[in-house]
Ligand binder design. Structure first.
Ligand SMILES: [Fe+2]
Length: 310
């Protein structure tokens, strides 16, 4: 048994801010398929009936679009405290010291900035919500699957998530994108080399192939054609349909993301030039013309190194 410090258990939620708040709430509820579980003035917390996580997306009203934070779960308040010590040791900028959280579900957590200035929250003891299995054909997200971030130095950012937060490498795509896990799910985080520090995409897991296709179809019927997909990636073996939300955030429906045996898993390097790496099915179309320029943003996200107002 390794003595490495591995405090992160899973991905909890992502917080975004948008200027057109009403439009965002309507989109994420009525088109994307999330359920508002709590609301305050200018912020809505979205969950899904299929996940015990209190909420998986937080949408806040602000003058400018920004990424507010990415939140991961830790096993215990002790791990949150140990993480704080580690952050102090390594002179990492802490935004909020470990304390009780006042967001829905409560808990105990801290916030800090990763090396690119992204605000990260790590929390434990967050109350779970009652949940149920989704029914066949119920094409709403069942949980948050993974988040992909862009950085100008993929190796430095990867090293931070490994050394400080205990993430493990699952696979590389060429030498520019790495898939990181905190448990058997092939990735909950991927890090991509890009011209900027920015959000690449947020991915939501569907119940299965049928529900993922129905969700994809619902988006098309609402006028949101996939940027890329439906298709099936090589690394992670997951299906993908990528869309833009009304604020140009890339969001993904996925399903069947690979579960790995952590004792035996060896990372491999997927060849980006191979058609099967991009899309095993060959149904997704070319990613290079439309998708790549949108994913690899040239401008940094708004809000780096800046605490979120809530
Ligand atoms: Fe993805």
């Amino acid at each position: 048994m390794s003595l490495a410090f591995r405090p992160i258990t899973h991905l909890r939620h992502v917080g975004i801010a948008v200027p057109s708040y009403r439009q965002a709430v309507d989109f994420y509820q009525n088109v994307w398929g999330l359920t508002p579980v709590a609301q305050d003035s200018g912020v809505t917390f979205f969950g899904t009936p299929a996940d015990p996580e209190h909420y998986i997306l937080r949408v806040r009203e602000d003058r400018q679009k920004r990424l507010d934070l990415i939140a991961f779960a830790a096993d215990s308040p002790t791990d949150v405290d140990l993480l704080a010590e580690r952050l102090i040791d390594r002179q990492i900028k802490i935004d909020r010291d470990p304390d009780k959280l006042s967001t829905p579900g409560g808990g105990y957590g801290l916030r800090f900035f990763d090396p690119d200035g992204r605000l990260i929250e790590v929390s434990a003891d967050v109350e779970l919500r009652p949940y149920r299995q989704l029914e066949a054909k119920e094409s709403i997200p069942q949980k948050l699957s993974h988040v992909v971030i862009n950085t100008t130095n993929v190796h430095a950012t990867k090293a931070f998530y490994e050394d400080v937060l205990g993430f493990r490498l699952s696979d590389w795509l060429g030498d520019f994108m790495c898939f990181m896990r905190s448990g058997p799910q092939h990735h909950i985080l991927a890090i991509s080399q890009a011209p900027s520090h920015s959000l690449n995409h947020i991915s939501f897991e569907m119940r299965g192939i049928d529900e993922y296709m129905r969700g994809t179809g619902r988006m098309i019927r609402h006028g949101h054609r996939p940027l890329w997909g439906p298709g099936r990636h090589g690394a992670g073996d997951n299906t993908f349909s990528y869309f833009l939300d009304p604020f140009d955030n890339i969001i993904e429906y996925t399903t069947e993301l690979e579960i790995v045996d952590e004792d035996t898993w060896e990372p491999s390097v997927y060849d980006p030039a191979s058609p099967d790496t991009q899309d095993q099915w060959g149904t997704g179309g070319a990613m290079t013309e439309v998708m790549l320029p949108i994913m690899l943003k040239t401008r940094d996200d708004v809000g780096l190194w800046t605490p979120s107002p809530m």
